[in-house]
Write a protein that binds this ligand. Structure first.
Ligand code: UD1
Length: 370
């Protein structure tokens, strides 16, 4: 029998984190020819994850350019992936999430009549402009996909409402929880140990991450002003902020928060460091999707710096709350969690709705059996 060829394509840090456990699982099967292709829409941030999970890509398109535009990146991924798919002809191509890499790769697969499996399928904000361009990307991918791996029941329902055949939807949980458990089994990184030693036990660490395109400009300045006021008004607070490499993020962050007492602006950290920093934190301010999914497993409340989320499960379960990019709301809700123990415990003790750590096993067994 001919070996089944499965090609896994990803380009950014979060895709790598969520694909890594699937790759590790697939590699256990000798009967599958696994080809890993990275577009490298991100470079340093992607390489950190590849190193951590000891994954060596078979193909590296090395596409990242500084300050890349969406049309540029989209056309480069489409043209390069078209070449690769013509040459490799995989039986199935596996993609994850909603980045430009994912959308353009799905399109290349469609043009080449190659079957697509979509990991983390069915997330919807129902606002095509937010997150931008991700809501568009994920809807396009769903049109082309054969295997829809939905992380939650809500995601499955969204796909059913769009007319996707139920037999093509598989409820798997989110692979980010698999990755989280993998990392938690490893020793605490030295960087986190040293930081813990330096910080007084009475301090409350607020971990901040933000990078969304729809927040660029004035909204980002509002977010930074809110953070600045929280630190100034609450002496026990230490803000720890790994600043994304995107120049649209760096400018407002450095202009408002640089040099402020008890604000630590650091370079983007490796994924294992991030997981352990979440663990060390009191609460999290973020616009990241992955952190909304991870933090509940570690019992940390998340205030989401967005006006809507395609991850309503966390809001409903009580693990996350939307505060938008609004200065006053950021201050009010953060201070509520700093001073109101009942509210804090309500959020911290809610159950994680996103997965049980076995999503990649489920996805791989479906792909193998088909
Ligand atoms: C991308 C995804 C977003 C995802 C995010 C995770 C799109 C449209 N956006 O946004 O969905 O949530 O990744 O981080 O696909 N840069 C570096 N080194 C790196 C990574 C980025 O220098 O390792 C800089 C470059 O200047 C680059 C810029 O960041 O041009 C933006 O990267 P890009 O992938 O276009 O967008 P993100 O904001 O990272």
């Amino acid at each position: 029998m001919r070996m089944k060829k499965i090609m896994i394509v990803f380009g950014t840090r979060p895709e790598a984190i969520k694909m890594a456990p699937i790759i590790l699982e697939l590699k256990k099967y000798a009967a599958v020819d696994v080809k890993i292709c990275v577009t490298a829409q991100h470079r340093e941030m992607l390489d950190q994850v590849l190193k951590l999970f000891e994954i060596k890509p078979d193909i590296d398109l090395n596409l990242m350019k500084h300050n890349q535009t969406l049309p540029d990146l989209t056309s480069n991924v489409l043209l390069k992936m078209d070449e690769i798919l013509k040459k490799e002809r995989p039986d199935v191509i596996l993609i994850q999430g909603d980045t430009t890499t994912v959308m353009a790769t799905a399109l290349a697969a469609f043009y080449n009549n190659i079957i697509v499996g979509h990991v983390e399928a069915g997330l919807r904000s129902f606002n095509i402009k937010s997150p931008f361009p991700e809501e568009f990307n994920r809807r396009v991918v769903s049109l082309i996909t054969k295997y829809h791996f939905a992380p939650t029941m809500r995601a499955k329902e969204n796909l059913l409402k769009e007319g996707v055949n139920e037999e093509n939807i598989y409820l798997t949980g989110n692979t980010v929880i698999d990755s989280l458990y993998y990392i938690l089994k490893k020793p605490v990184p030295d960087y986190v140990k040293q930081l813990k030693n330096k910080i007084s036990k009475d301090s409350k660490i607020i971990l901040v991450t933000a990078h969304r395109r729809e927040n660029f400009g004035e909204r980002f300045f509002n977010i930074c002003r809110g953070i600045k006021k929280v630190v100034e008004r609450n002496k026990e607070v230490i803000v720890l902020y790994p600043v994304h490499y995107n120049p649209n993020v760096r400018e407002p962050v450095y202009s408002i928060l640089k040099g402020i007492d008890r604000v630590l602006l650091i370079e983007p950290v490796e994924y294992d460091v991030l997981v352990h920093l979440i663990n060390l934190s009191y609460l999290i301010l973020t616009d990241s999707g992955g952190i909304q999914e991870e933090a509940p497993s570690l019992g940390k409340p998340v205030l989401v710096l967005r006006t809507e989320t395609e991850r309503p499960e966390g809001i409903e379960a009580g693990t996350a709350k939307l505060v938008g990019p609004y200065e006053d709301k950021i201050i009010d809700e953060t201070e509520r969690l700093l001073h109101d123990n009942v509210e804090y415990n309500r959020m911290a003790k809610a159950i994680n709705p996103y997965g049980d750590g076995k999503a990649s096993k489920r996805i791989v067994s479906i792909l193998i059996d088909e």
